[in-house]
Design a protein around this ligand. Structure first.
Ligand code: ATP
Length: 202
């Protein structure tokens, strides 16, 4: 089946923790961050085009894309940014589509950190949002990354608001409780999704 549940949530909300639970139920997980890296891996059409445009100075010593150098270019060059997006978006879309078609589970889950921000919530069959209060997002992110409050707060400010995410959600996981509460919600949602795709009786 290529029924796609898009999953998102703000920094530190628990997306990875949730997708790990769905994976335990044999749901194929597709990770947009991984795809975004893979389309510019050594040997790809994506990396070849970037080198042709910006020169081999855009590579690091291991012949991999120097992301920091690329970020600096597009930060100060709007045309370069437009060019890069025009290159990468079709490659990412194509690879995402390929992976959803190849998925063998009854439905698959597409994890996109910026699902709401970049509009890709419109392209999935269903939107699942992992929700926690902002204070908890902050505390859990700080604990995990050993990052300071200012950095996490600036990332949170650059993302969609809790309200904006909830507005596009078909389903919400409340991850303010413990892991047992989380696993229970995942099991319930999995059951609903299997029903939607007709894998089990209504
Ligand atoms: P990011 O967007 O930053 O990659 P994420 O949404 O994938 O984050 P996770 O890494 O899954 O979030 O979770 C953030 C942190 O909170 C992790 O350290 C995780 O172990 C912890 N965590 C997740 N869910 C719970 C929970 N229910 N109770 C306690 N800690 C939790």
């Amino acid at each position: 089946s290529n029924y796609v549940v898009g999953i998102s949530g703000g920094i530190g909300s628990g997306k990875t923790t949730v997708t790990n639970e769905f994976a335990k139920l044999d749901v194929d997980i597709i990770d947009a961050d991984v795809i975004a890296r893979d389309v510019v891996a050594p040997g790809t059409e994506g990396l070849r085009a970037i080198v042709a445009k910006f020169g081999s100075g855009i590579l690091d010593q291991g012949q991999c894309l120097n992301r920091r150098a690329l970020r600096e270019i597009i930060f100060s060059d709007e045309q370069a940014k437009t060019w890069l997006n025009a290159l990468l978006h079709p490659l990412i879309r194509q690879e995402t589509l390929r992976q959803t078609i190849e998925a063998t589970s009854a439905y698959c889950m597409l994890s996109v950190p910026l699902l709401v921000e970049n509009g890709s919530y419109k392209t999935v069959d269903r939107v699942l949002i992992v929700d926690v209060p902002e204070e908890m997002q902050l505390q859990r992110s700080m604990a995990r990354d050993k990052a300071d409050e200012t950095l996490i707060k600036s990332i949170m400010a650059s993302q969609a608001t809790r309200q904006q995410r909830l507005e596009v959600a078909d389903d919400v996981i409340d991850n303010s409780g413990n892991e047992i509460a989380l696993v229970k919600q995942v099991a319930n949602l999995h059951h609903s999704y299997l029903k939607y795709v007709g894998a089990i009786d209504q």
